[in-house]
Design a protein around this ligand. Structure first.
Ligand SMILES: [Zn+2]
Length: 119
């Protein structure tokens, strides 16, 4: 189950950011997850629940935005969304398609609680 190590790296990224901002509490972590990754959303959510314990993200909410997979033919440029059965061949040319989106896996933003200094 590699989702655990992914969840851990998400938290590490968020913690690094929080430390930068002198915050000790991460509130929201939003990530973009492409459909064309091997990451299972439910497994990642579960892994996050476990991995966040005793970190700055202990009370953080994980938001996952799914990014649909799109592919493009390198010859005719036609863009499509392959349906489930991933067939990466252009219906027009019969040539391999390149993946345009859906491979995303990134931390989009992190909301942190700023320490009470300014209040
Ligand atoms: Zn084509």
């Amino acid at each position: 189950m590699h989702e655990i190590s992914i969840a851990q790296s998400i938290i590490e990224i968020a913690e690094a950011k929080a430390r930068q901002e002198n915050s000790r509490c991460i509130q929201v972590i939003k990530i973009r997850l492409g459909e064309f990754t091997t990451v299972v959303r439910e497994a990642l959510e579960f892994a996050f629940e476990v991995a966040r314990l005793e970190t700055l993200a202990e009370n953080a909410r994980l938001e996952i935005e799914s990014v649909a997979m799109t592919v493009r033919c390198v010859i005719c440029g036609s863009v499509s969304n392959p349906v489930r059965a991933v067939c990466l061949i252009c219906p027009q040319c019969g040539l391999p398609l390149e993946v345009v989106s859906g491979e995303e896996f990134q931390v989009e933003y992190i909301e942190i609680q700023i320490e009470a200094e300014r209040v």
